[in-house]
Design a binder for this molecule. Structure first.
Ligand code: HEM
Ligand code: HEM
Length: 176
């Protein structure tokens, strides 16, 4: 099943599903924080930020492993800037939920997601060093990620066709 894997011409099914599923979940994730207070949207999805964030954390670990496994047979990056940009997106997708989950643990409070107990919480004081990094960086890096994603989408359309390469097509499953 070669189409599961990436090739020089296009991303395979697994990479594409991970890319578009995470794009949709990230959109959801940003809507949970951008929804105006007390709006219908906030009532509907406001309480899902931590659970969806945990899901994104799991997905990015799988995606990183898949990217490493497919290294050497992925479509070539258009430029050094594109390749660097994708690395920064990966780094932020990993660090942002990681810091938040560390803060969640350090708070000592129980954490449940999708009906499962993820952290059972503990008695006694909070663990300050686990809390401080997220309090400093989680929101700011989250906003930076949003800005970079907007740039990424703009560049995808700018480069939609680059010479012979159908850049958008290779993430949509069309061979170029
Ligand atoms: C919402 C969050 C998004 C993130 C975090 C993201 C991240 C990435 C990353 C890391 C890659 C490198 C390949 C990979 O490892 O998957 C990539 C490729 C790509 N993305 Fe996105 N993406 C997002 C949304 C979008 C959207 C909405 C579009 C379309 C308009 C898009 C178009 C593309 C295209 C065309 C490529 C392939 C680039 C190439 O072949 O050189 N992405 N994206
Ligand atoms: C990729 C995953 C995630 C993204 C992109 C993300 C993004 C964001 C953004 C943009 C904000 C708002 C910052 C502001 O108000 O200016 C925020 C706040 C927050 N997030 Fe996340 N988040 C993610 C995962 C998580 C996870 C897994 C948790 C907890 C388990 C979490 C807990 C919180 C909390 C408690 C706040 C409010 C306090 C703060 O701003 O640090 N987030 N997040």
């Amino acid at each position: 099943m070669s189409s599961l894997n990436d090739s020089a011409q296009r991303y395979g099914v697994v990479s594409r599903v991970l890319h578009w599923a995470m794009a949709a979940l990230l959109l959801w994730q940003f809507l949970t924080v951008l929804a105006p207070e007390d709006s219908a949207l906030e009532t509907l999805i406001g309480g899902t930020h931590k659970s969806v964030g945990l899901l994104l954390m799991v997905l990015v670990v799988i995606r990183l492993a898949w990217a490493l496994y497919n290294r050497g047979r992925r479509p070539a990056a258009l430029s050094r800037a594109a390749s660097l940009g994708h690395r920064v997106l990966y780094a932020l997708m990993l660090v942002i939920p990681l810091l938040a989950l560390m803060r969640q643990y350090g708070s000592g409070r129980a954490f449940e997601a999708f009906g499962m107990t993820i952290m059972s919480g503990f008695e006694g004081g909070k663990i300050e060093w686990m809390i401080a990094p997220a309090s400093l960086l989680h929101g700011n890096l989250g906003q930076l990620l949003l800005v970079l994603i907007v740039g990424h989408v703009v560049m995808a359309f700018v480069h939609r066709r680059q010479g012979d390469v159908d850049v958008l097509g290779r993430m949509l499953g069309r061979s170029s």
